[in-house]
Design a protein around this ligand. Structure first.
Ligand code: HPA
Length: 263
């Protein structure tokens, strides 16, 4: 990419979804190890690359693999990646993840637009002294998942011939999958899906004032809802199998998100 390449949209590809980055044109690839201070990601199925290129005509900065708090990184390190994307110039952040389905009407393979979240990680990327040049100390989370972006997901899904679910994402620390009792509690709290990422990135993004669009792939039914044993391999497999649908959806979504109106 030319040195003046200015990405508009940041994209984070979740477990098993990294190959979607093959849709980028003229991509410049940086491994996380090449970026000063960027925490390394060691999770199987997460490539650990930042790719700068054009996707569906939109200049994008794409993280293939994210750093997770369960790797031992403080949440602030997770937020660092989002702050770098903002410095590169992105105004919107599109996040994807794999999550366990809690809502009784969800099926494995469903795509869920995240409407809101519950941060049950016990951590926050913005603990400690606040850097006012990044964002305010106390900031609003009332519409953290942009209603405009949520409407865009529906429009994009219509164009891609897909149906989307919607719901509340519960962010947990991991690395274990939940107990059935925890999943029952999350369901009573209003949670529809549970996963080990995203909430810290969204907190960092809202602190910066970025617009957030986020999508969960329901890769399994959460513990106690399905009766299968949960494994990282099977969850990654559903991610890979869902890539063609996700590619179609993102192809429609990215140009909508890049359009300058209503940010
Ligand atoms: N729980 C937590 N994280 C997950 C799950 C789950 O069931 N599925 C994918 N990520």
């Amino acid at each position: 990419q030319a040195p003046d390449f200015c990405p508009q949209v940041g994209v984070v590809l979740g477990s098993g979804m990294g190959n979607l980055a093959a849709n980028l044109k003229d991509a410049r690839v940086l491994t996380y190890g090449q970026i000063p201070h960027w925490p390394p990601s060691h999770v199987a199925g997460h490539a650990g690359e930042l790719r700068l290129g054009t996707w569906a005509g939109v200049p994008c900065a794409v993280m293939c693999g994210r750093v997770h708090a369960y790797e031992g990184h403080p949440a602030a390190q997770v937020a660092f990646a989002v702050q770098v994307l903002a410095k590169l110039g992105v105004h919107s952040l599109l996040l994807t993840n794999a999550a366990g389905g809690i809502a009784p009407h969800f099926n494995v393979g469903d795509l869920m637009v995240i409407h809101d979240h519950i941060n049950f990680t016990g951590d926050n990327p913005l603990l400690g002294p606040n850097d006012e040049s990044i964002g305010p100390r106390f900031f609003d989370m009332g519409e953290a998942y942009s209603p405009v972006a949520r409407a865009m997901w529906q429009q994009a899904a219509g164009r891609a011939g897909l149906t989307l679910q919607g719901g509340v994402y519960v962010g947990v620390l991991g690395p274990n999958y939940e107990t059935p009792a925890e999943v029952r509690m999350f369901g009573r709290w209003g949670g529809d899906a549970v996963g080990m990422s995203t909430v810290h990135e969204v907190l960092a993004a809202r602190h910066l004032g970025l617009r957030v669009a986020a999508l969960s792939l329901i890769s399994n039914l959460a513990a106690g809802i399905g009766n299968q044993t949960l494994t990282h391999e099977e969850i990654g497999e559903i991610g890979r199998a869902s890539q063609p649908r996700l590619a179609r959806l993102l192809q429609q979504m990215l140009p909508l998100l890049a359009s300058p109106n209503d940010r």
